[in-house]
Design a protein around this ligand. Structure first.
Ligand SMILES: C[S@@+](CC[C@H](N)C(=O)[O-])C[C@H]1O[C@@H](n2cnc3c(N)ncnc32)[C@H](O)[C@@H]1O
Length: 166
């Protein structure tokens, strides 16, 4: 009985860790390797680009982006995922990747010219005003969720990826 209670508590805390960040924008689900590669290809990320992953989770996607761009910044609101992303960034030995703790709705991202997202429809729509203020021709790739009222320039239906330009 005591064992089942312990397992239930662990399971509950684990699920809470995945889901509570939905209150701020999205729960945690990592984007797979194949999709990350395709997202970076869709945005044609290159050595001149300043890339942001808004809600970077454990940092996998933004570290991968850092291999192709000038500067890569991930922003994460969950303290544990933020800490894991920091460690992953350190272990990657990449000098051009930065992981910031906090809420991306309140962070300055004005230097970005590529934005990577895997959030939720509501969070994407809340972000529109902030994204519209970015430099002209800023590229945005959203995994799974579209932006209401915005027409994607490219769609990968199979991988559910949507590519937009400001
Ligand atoms: C679906 S996961 C995507 C993780 C990563 N971008 C990827 O594609 O693998 C969404 C992440 O966004 C974070 N998040 C949600 N709302 C946020 C907010 N307002 N500010 C910062 N991070 C947020 C969550 O904690 C979660 O780790």
């Amino acid at each position: 009985m005591y064992f089942i209670l312990k397992i239930s508590i662990v399971l509950f805390l684990f699920l809470l860790w995945f889901y509570y960040s939905k209150l701020f924008g999205a729960e945690y689900f990592p984007t797979g390797k194949k999709k990350i590669k395709k997202m970076l290809e869709m945005a044609k990320v290159s050595k001149n680009d300043i890339v942001y992953d808004l809600g970077c989770g454990t940092g996998k996607m933004i570290i991968e982006a850092s291999k192709r761009c000038k500067r890569a910044t991930g922003i994460e609101i969950d303290p544990l995922r933020f800490a894991i992303a920091k460690v992953n960034a350190f272990l990657s030995r990449r000098k051009n990747v930065k992981i910031l703790y906090g809420n991306f709705f309140h962070r300055n991202i004005d230097d970005a010219n590529v934005i990577l997202l895997f959030l939720r429809a509501k969070a994407n729509d809340r972000l529109r005003k902030k994204l519209k203020k970015l430099k002209k021709r800023t590229r945005i790739v959203s995994h799974f969720w579209k932006f209401t009222g915005w027409k994607p320039v490219k769609v990968d239906k199979k991988l559910t990826l949507y590519y937009y330009r400001i």
